[in-house]
Ligand binder design. Structure first.
Ligand code: C2E
Ligand code: CA
Ligand code: CA
Ligand code: CA
Length: 278
């Protein structure tokens, strides 16, 4: 047992150090990626469940690493958050997304909601609000086209975060609660906070077809949102059955692989053109 313990320890420490090494590599690489053009934005269409037209795009960051290929955010966003790089990364995402969205508009593209993910630590930073203002000013994007996706954890510090939310909304920007139902949220709190939209987490959507409890929960979320006057988007919709359930419940919009994966920037105009022709 002793030898086994020692082996386990050796294995553990080897794994730890390779993890630590990967972390360090990612952190250093991210610093460089922010200077070069290695970060890219992909855009996932958000579709109106009734009309079937694309009404928005969610901006999802990826890292086009010269050796490792395309890296998904789950692998580098947490490290960016812990190292503080998330502020610079978030500013870059905001600026780049707003400029690109404005460019498409100038080229005659449809008016779309541009949804951008914001980490809690990003939101809590003093510079966040000015970053949003600057991205809007610089790009000339209509603030009403911008939607910031925050998670329920932002709602946990209402005294601190409510004024920020209110000022952002005074700019004309929309606020969505992402991954709704997976975190902590007090309904009373939600009611007090200035929020425009709720995004139903994929985990509820996944179970819609056959789990009556999940269906009941999703139905309750939809009912709550309607009562409180929030718009609704369901995320991670993969099947026609899920789409039909959500539509009949009264959910407004949906996104997911049933419609489209997140698209590289050069594929977005063709997607939008195809939609317009339908
Ligand atoms: P999220 O905001 O919940 O984004 C939805 C994730 O689900 C995306 O993963 C998307 O590609 C994926 N997805 C969309 N539809 C489907 C579907 O039908 N089936 C399945 N299986 N997956 C689907 P992605 O792009 O890997 O992003 C993961 C998370 O990383 C996001 O979760 C978001 O929290 C975070 N993230 C992405 N971009 C940014 C960013 O610019 N800033 C910050 N702070 N976080 C970001
Ligand atoms: Ca999101
Ligand atoms: Ca989400
Ligand atoms: Ca989610």
């Amino acid at each position: 047992a002793k030898a086994q313990g020692r082996n386990a320890y050796r294995f553990f420490s080897a794994e730890m150090s390779s993890r630590a090494r990967e972390r360090l590599l990612i952190e250093q690489g991210l610093r460089r990626a922010l200077q070069t053009d290695e970060l890219v934005l992909h855009w996932q269409p958000v579709v109106d469940l009734n009309g079937g037209l694309t009404v928005g795009l969610e901006v999802l960051v990826r890292w086009q690493h010269p050796e490792l290929g395309l890296i998904l955010p789950a692998r580098f966003i947490p490290i960016a958050e812990e190292s503080g790089l998330i502020q610079a990364l978030g500013r870059w995402v905001l600026m780049t997304a707003c400029r690109q969205a404005r460019l498409w508009r100038d080229q005659g593209g449809p008016r779309l909601r541009i949804a951008i993910n914001v980490s809690v630590c990003q939101f809590a930073d003093e510079g966040f609000e000015s970053g949003v203002r600057q991205a809007l000013q610089d790009s000339g994007l209509d603030p009403a086209s911008l939607e910031l996706e925050i998670t329920e954890s932002v709602l946990q510090r209402p005294e601190q975060n409510q004024p920020v939310l209110e000022r952002l909304r005074a700019l004309g920007v929309n606020i969505a609660i992402d991954d709704f139902g997976t975190g902590y949220s007090s309904l009373a709190l939600l009611r007090q906070l200035p929020v425009d939209r709720i995004k139903i987490d994929k985990s509820f959507v996944d179970d819609l077809a056959d789990d009556p409890h999940a269906t009941a929960i999703t139905g309750a979320i939809v009912g709550l949102a309607q009562t409180l006057g929030y718009a609704l988007t369901a995320e991670g919709v993969e099947t026609a059955v899920q789409r039909e359930r959500l539509r009949s419940m009264g959910c407004d919009d949906a996104q997911g692989w049933l419609y489209s994966r997140a698209l590289p920037v050069d594929q977005v105009p063709a997607w939008l053109a195809g939609q317009a022709a339908v």
